[in-house]
Design a protein around this ligand. Sequence first.
Ligand SMILES: Nc1ncnc2c1ncn2[C@@H]1O[C@H](COP(=O)(O)OP(=O)(O)OP(=O)(O)O)[C@@H](O)[C@H]1O
Length: 264
Amino acid sequence: MIQEPVIEVHGLCMAYGSTVVQRDLDFAVFPGDIFVIMGGSGCGKSTLLRHLLGLKTPAAGDVLYHGRSLMSASAAERRVMRRSWGITYQSGGLFSAMSLAENVALPLHQYTQYEAATIDDIVAYKLALVGLDGFQDYLPEEISGGMRKRAALARAIALDPEILFFDEPSAGLDPVSSRRLDDLILQIKESTGATVVMVTHELPSIFAIATNSVYLDAETRTMIDYGDPGWLRTHSEQPVVRQFLNREADVRPSGDVSGEDDRG
Ligand SMILES: Nc1ncnc2c1ncn2[C@@H]1O[C@H](COP(=O)(O)OP(=O)(O)OP(=O)(O)O)[C@@H](O)[C@H]1O
């Protein structure tokens, strides 16, 4: 059976003013993928995520969800699309003055007409799902960084999203917490059937959970490879991609390290 893509990126060109960040991006994300946006520092990964979320307008090209253009969607259509997305930001993005339960309840208040008791049940269930049973009354600052990331994930899955977006989910976490978050993302993807799109530099995460990826090159300002990162690691025809995935010494001519990831 041929699967229809969930997301299609067509001829996308992204720019800030007259400065082009990336151009000619063409790729698709299929149902159930854990799709990773990779590339060196400053190549445009977060900018691509902002375009996928409709937070930034392309200089050219389009993003389609189930074949429907995000760019030409009306505000009402975009709201329907957003209803099916769960988003977690690099910082977690939890509201510091609200308890974990209040944070997780926010999208339920915003997008549903559920009664308070139903919302309480869903919040308790989602917090339990991410291992935060019993922490509903804590403020974000009262728990660890790993727990905050998991609370942000609980909020992102509050509405049972079809697509989960992550910007650097394990940024700032120790390897054990990072691994736990990977396991949780996999578990949630498997139990809900969600499609996952994430920006990450973390090779262990990439190899542990990604099913497909795109590599954005900072130097040529376009995608230079696309595929399963485990396969690209040894088979990519692009030395920069193999280098990124193997974290080898820089293979560019000396003095040019624009594609290097300095955080690995
Ligand atoms: N609001 C902005 N205005 C102008 N330029 C910007 C803006 N945001 C990002 N840029 C530039 O666009 C380029 C891509 O930035 P972006 O944050 O998308 O890269 P990234 O790959 O996510 O980087 P990192 O890996 O360091 O997080 C960078 O050169 C950055 O300086």
